[in-house]
Design a protein around this ligand. Structure first.
Ligand code: SAH
Length: 287
């Protein structure tokens, strides 16, 4: 059942792209109170609505620092988006406030935000969903690739989870975003990992992956591809997992597991809306 049918006045499109499960939400950030309405008609799997539907209205304090982060994580836990302690911990540890555009009062509100260059920082529930899906492949010492790393927030979460014995690579094709993500990380608790070299952020076409540190236990793609790029499949370790949004207007978050014999299994996690995984020129057209 579609959210728009149930609550027609509460559902709108956030913008052109919003990096969020499509059936999730209506948010209303008034400048003073940042009230938000959240409508979540749950997760889809294999086209079936499996879980609960809920409607939630909450006074959201968009304060900075630990209270904002804590409230954000608690809300995501309460609604079952976060079930892993490690995921909750990492999202509380890495301050999203350092990664959103300067001056934004909505750092901890569950909404995506424009970051320039026709890109967005994904909503917290989307970051949480991807961390949950990849958690087993983000154990200390493991390797992860973040394609379309944007602000570097998720890349930083990966780095904190795999630790200094692991290796995390972020790739984005907009040099200004890569510079910004490095500056963001440098201000954060993940700075030492960048310094030690277990975390790095690069300019490149993420459709080609990043061969230097392959194979990866975890690959996350933060932009929607029309089909799974072969180099990413090749760079996924046997036993590894990739999370990638696929599709153009209608998009689905796919989870790809590569078994030890190299065969792959794909399942659909949810319906989403991401910016496209494309060429730099195409992304910047009209910007
Ligand atoms: N996950 C990030 C950003 C998501 S927006 C965050 O939450 O901050 C998607 C990002 O994918 C944008 O930064 C965009 O520049 C990047 N992108 C799109 N196509 C790409 C490509 N071919 N190679 C590398 N990055 C790409």
């Amino acid at each position: 059942m579609r959210a728009e049918v149930l609550f027609p006045r509460l559902t709108t499109t956030y913008g052109r792209f919003y990096c969020a499960p499509r059936r999730l939400h209506r948010y209303n950030n008034s400048s003073s109170s940042s009230q938000f309405l959240k409508l979540n008609l749950s997760r889809f799997s294999g086209g079936l609505c499996l879980l609960t539907a809920f409607f939630h209205m909450e006074q959201y304090h968009s304060g900075t620092g630990s209270s904002g982060k804590k409230a954000m994580v608690e809300t995501l836990e309460r609604f079952g988006v976060i079930s892993s302690k490690r995921v909750g911990q990492v999202m509380e540890t890495l301050d999203r406030g350092l990664f959103v555009p300067v001056g934004s009062s909505s750092a901890y509100v569950d909404t995506p935000m424009p970051i320039g260059y026709n890109a967005t920082i994904s909503a917290p529930h989307m970051h949480a969903t991807c961390l949950q899906l990849l958690e087993d492949k983000l154990q200390p010492g493991m390797r992860a690739l973040d394609v379309g790393s944007g602000t570097g927030y998720l890349t930083g979460c990966f780095a904190l989870m795999v630790g200094d014995e692991g290796r995390v690579v972020g790739v984005d094709h907009i040099p200004e975003l890569v510079d910004m993500s490095i500056k963001n990380i440098e201000k954060s608790v993940a700075a030492s990992l960048l310094k030690k070299g277990s975390l790095s952020l690069h300019v490149g076409d993420g459709r080609k992956g990043w061969q230097e540190f392959a194979p990866y236990d975890a690959i996350h793609v933060g932009a929607a591809a029309s089909k799974i790029p072969q180099p990413l499949l090749d760079q996924l370790k046997p036993g590894g997992r990739m999370v990638i949004p696929l599709g153009t207007y209608l998009q689905e978050l796919k989870v790809i597991d590569k078994s030890e014999d190299g065969s792959v299994k794909v399942h659909t996690e949810t319906s989403v809306r991401y910016v496209p995984l494309t060429s730099r020129d195409e992304q910047l057209g009209g910007f």
